[in-house]
Design a binder for this molecule. Sequence first.
Ligand code: ZN
Length: 365
Amino acid sequence: MANILISPSKYVQGAGELKKLGAYAEKYGKKALILITASGYKRCGGTVEAGFKDSSAQIVFDYFNGECSKNEINRLTAIVEKENCDMVIGIGGGKILDTAKAVAYYKSLPVLICPTIASTDAPCSALSVIYTDDGVFEEYLFLPANPNMVLMDTDIIAKSPVRLTVSGMGDALATYFEARACQASSATTCAGGQITSAAIALAKLCFDTLMEEGVKAKLALETGALTPAVEKVIEANTLLSGIGFESGGLAGAHAIHNGFTVLEECHHMYHGEKVAFGTITQLVLENIPAEELEDIIDWCIELGLPVTLKELGITEVTDEKLMQVAEAACAENDTLHNMPFPVTPDSVCAAIKAADAYGRYFLGE
Ligand SMILES: [Zn+2]
C-alpha cells in the first residue's frame, strides 16, 4: 500500500489575520457565502466586512442554524445557487466549519475555513461530521479534498474560553501516540494509505510542542496574553495535530473516547478532555515506562485535563459501566484495532481502571 499525506492547501496563522480575509478570498472567487453565527457576527462581522471593502470579492452572510445536518446543508446550497456564490467561507466552531466544507463540496466550490477557537484538530481535515437536526450523529462525510485555506486569527482565539484551547491540547496529545501505533501496525490512516515519515515527524513535533509550551500557554491565556507559547500551541492543536491525525491515523485514544460517549455522565465533557483520558488509557495498554507516563499525567494535571473517572463526570464507578465503555471502544469498525497488538474489552477495562488509579495517585487522592 502507498504512503499518503493530505493537508489543507494553505495555512495562515497570525494576530489580526481575519482583517485580511478579503485579500485572501479574492484569489478564490468573486462572491463568497459566509457562514457564521449571530454572536460570531457581532464579534467579528465588522472586521470581516471592513476587510472586504478593498477586495474585488463580494460577500453574503448567512446565520448558521446550529447543526451540521442534511437539511441545513441543503438550505445553504440553495442560497449559494440563488446568490450566485462561487466560494464558501465558514467562520466559527467545528459544526459551522464542517457545514461550510460540505456545502462547498456539494457545489464543487473552494472553501475557506476560519476557526474562532482551537479546541480540536478538525479544521484542516477533509471530513465533515453530519448530524440529524436534533444533534444525533448520523455519518462521516469523507471529502475528496482538504480546505483550500485555513485561517487562524490568533487574536480571536486568544480571547476564546481557555478551557477550549486546553481541550484542543487534550485532542492533540493523542496524535503522536495514535500515529506511532498505526505505524507499528501498518494500519491504513484517514488519508487512505500508510503513514509517511513527514506525518510521523509532524505528530512528534506536535507532542514535543505541547509538553514544552502547553502549561506556559495556558497560564498566558488565563491573563488574556497572546504570547509565542500560545501561538505555538494553536499551531500544534490545529495544523500539526490536524495533519498528524489524518495522515498519521487514529488508534486507541479516540476509540476509548468514543467508548466514553455511551455514558450520559460524560456528555458535558469536551471532545479533547475525553481524548486526553483515552490517551492515558492507550499508554497503559502499551505499558510505556513509568517516568514517561508520570510526565504525561502531571502535564494533564497542570493543564486541568481530566486524569480520573471522577473528573470525567463518573461519580459512581461500576464494573458494568466500564465494560460498557470498553465494549463500545472495541467496536468492530472503530480504530482500537489499529493498535499493534490484540485488544479486548477486558484489557481495555483493566487499562481504564489502572489509568484512573494512576490519576488519583498523582493527584494525591
Ligand atoms: Zn479528536
